[in-house]
Design a binder for this molecule. Sequence first.
Ligand code: DAH
Length: 335
Amino acid sequence: MTAELDAVVRARTDALAKAAAASTAGELAAVETEVLGRQSAIVELRRSLGRLEPEVRKAVGQAVNEAMGAIGDAVAARRRELDAADRAVRLEAERLDLTEFAPRRRRGHLHPFTAAWERLEDVFVGMGFEVAEGPEIETEWFNFGALNFPEGHPARESQDSLWVDWGAPGSTLLRTHTSPVQVRTMLAHEPPIYVVCPGRVFRQDTPDATHMPVFHQIEGLVIDRGISLGDLAGTLDSFVKAFFGGEFSSRLRPSYFPFTEPSAEFDVQRPDGSWLELGGCGMVHPNVLRAGGIDPEQWSGFAFGFGIDRFALTRHGVDDLREFWSGDSRFLSQF
Ligand code: DAH
């Protein structure tokens, strides 16, 4: 009886040692077959139970059962350990270090044109104006006809329009200026009207340092009773002081636009005495008021239009407009 029990103890000790020594899941699977499989020592012993005397068989059978249970438990425990270790290794390998890019993260900011556009809006809103917008694809009537450009007038050609293949030939274009929004606003609202109309405009131009085929303008329109040229000059001067600062002043120079009479160019004087041309302005022509459904006998008004991009150019001391369109973040991130 001692010999059989010894054999069970040896099989059990040997199996437990092998299970503990397995260092991978594959090795452990092989060990399991070796120590619990059909040809394992312990299963051999169980098979031989039938040849033992009944009194011996009982004790040895019990020892075999206990040994098989212990070996099964040891293999399962080792499997859990190896799985946990595997998982730890995998997690470590797959770990994403989410802090890795933090020091290099950069915040975006508005494009200098957008910043200038928004600042202009803010200053005019602060002066009591509302903001209006109109479509970028316009009819010939809103872009020219309603603005008192006579049929076949060279001023139409001078704006180098980009025509759109839509409707009758010559009926539809990319707006060449924001002035059509004046007429749209008059048709949509009763006076008094105090609006600014920022937007994108298009002309057939070859890009160079000071011209782009796409640029931005802001239009102003005031319609009320008894509005005079003095109101125009005063409004623009207040705007200049609010936008650029108290050391800046402005002047009007006689000019010509079909939609204003009289018309003027509007310049700003910098503290160093130099002048910057900002755009055009004038008293709204009676024909334009009529096109907008407004009675010129009762109402009068003024209008102005500036290029927005030039504000950004001057503000940042950049001398080539094309830089702002490059989309090069090394350039744009400076501002
Ligand atoms: N629309 C003109 C242009 O694009 C600018 C302009 C001039 C607008 C005089 C005005 C104005 O409202 O009164 O060149």
